[in-house]
Design a protein around this ligand. Structure first.
Ligand SMILES: Cc1cc2nc3c(=O)[nH]c(=O)nc-3n(C[C@H](O)[C@H](O)[C@H](O)COP(=O)(O)OP(=O)(O)OC[C@H]3O[C@@H](n4cnc5c(N)ncnc54)[C@H](O)[C@@H]3O)c2cc1C
Ligand code: SF4
Length: 328
């Protein structure tokens, strides 16, 4: 492991000051970063501990919720307002990792956790463009069962691993940032970038920018929302496919729908094509499956993960049918 300094930030401004060096990294629960440092995939020379920053969940002026970036994943999942008004978020968090890890992991760290592509972690034995740009990608011809079917590139086919982010994408969450240039906010769906020819760049964050909070907008329909995760084991496994959805049905028609997918793409994937196909149309299983078909029309599976295309379609259909109350 590369030697590093450690400092604990008093507040966001202090964190940004301490995090100004290009080799500095913010430290949340350390459940991903410390593993990557042990494997020497990440080699920061300074760690800025941001677990002392805001960990409050508060009502915002617009009727939504504001979640401090240092809030533990378990605290978000257990919060009454989250469970009642945004159940998809509580369910997504509880579908991830283990109770012990969720007790350590923070909201900020969850947003920026890195891919679980095994070649990415294999510093000594594998080629990886995300780790070493220009080196090549051993996943494309290798073991790629867990990899992406949407949004990937010829440089990188890794998926984004977070369950929480899939729910946040469906909920139109906003991420608040603070950096050397001041404060700004970005929609969760615009935080992560697609790999293109630079898979080492994963977000729109500028050097030294800190995540300070996540805002959930008021969404009446989100009380009727759900998360379904399909995986190899019932617990302690990342998603092969996951679906986060909210659905409002009126007089048999889809009044509003929000749909996001996990396990399919290098970022949490907002299923905009499926949503557009559904809005205003009949809330039937046939319509749900047709919308899933539209979303997956551009899927480009690899030799090891063709099953994901059909699995994604069926999971979308099943989730929306369940939310609609078992439609025909
Ligand atoms: C065995 C295991 C199984 C897991 N299973 C799942 C799963 O099924 N689903 C799932 O979603 N996740 C899973 N995880 C991942 C887990 O959710 C993440 O490790 C965790 O959310 C990261 O949070 P953290 O606070 O520990 O982040 P850290 O490891 O501390 O940091 C992660 C990254 O975020 C950056 N960072 C942290 N806080 C901030 C901030 N405020 N501003 C800017 N940058 C910041 C760090 O610099 C680092 O780059 C699993 C992890 C393990 C070890
Ligand atoms: S898929 Fe991406 S992360 Fe995995 S080996 Fe290829 S370049 Fe690296």
């Amino acid at each position: 492991m590369t030697p590093f300094s450690y400092a604990r930030a008093r507040d966001a401004a202090d964190a940004v000051r301490l995090g100004a060096s290009p080799q500095a990294k913010y430290l949340g629960g350390g459940t991903n970063l410390v593993d990557l440092m042990r494997e020497t995939v990440e080699r920061p020379t300074a760690l800025v501990d941001v677990t002392g920053l805001s960990s409050a969940i508060s009502e915002s002026d617009d009727g939504g919720l504001l979640i401090g970036a240092a809030t533990k994943n378990s605290a978000v999942a257990e919060h009454l307002a989250v469970r009642q008004r945004y159940p998809v978020l509580a369910q997504a968090i509880l579908a991830g990792a283990s109770a012990q890890i969720r007790n350590m992991a923070t909201v900020g760290g969850n947003l920026l956790q890195r891919t679980r592509c095994t070649y990415f972690y294999d510093e000594d034995g594998s080629r990886c463009n995300k780790r070493a740009p220009g080196e090549g990608c051993d996943a494309i011809e290798g073991f790629n069962r867990i990899h992406a079917i949407l949004g990937a590139s010829s440089a990188c086919v890794a998926t984004h691993p977070s369950d929480m982010c899939v729910a946040l994408a469906a909920l139109d969450a906003t991420v608040h940032l603070q950096g050397p240039g001041g404060q700004r906010s970005v929609p969760l769906t615009a935080l992560h970038t697609l790999p293109g020819d630079r898979p080492d760049i994963e977000t729109v964050l500028q050097p030294g920018e800190l995540i300070t909070a996540v805002a959930l907008p008021p969404l009446a329909g989100a009380a009727r929302s759900t998360y379904r995760k399909v995986r190899d084991r019932a617990s302690y496994a990342f998603a092969l496919i996951s679906v986060a959805a909210t659905l409002e049905v009126e007089d048999g028609a889809v009044k509003d729908v929000r749909l996001a997918l996990g396990g399919v793409a290098p970022k949490p994937w907002r299923a905009s094509k499926a949503e557009a196909a559904l809005r205003g149309g009949p809330a039937t299983e046939r319509a749900f499956l047709a919308a899933a078909e539209a979303e997956l029309a551009d899927a480009a599976p690899l030799h090891g993960n063709g099953f994901k295309v059909e699995l994604a379609k069926r999971t979308i259909g099943a989730v929306l049918s369940a939310l609609a109350g078992g439609v025909a």
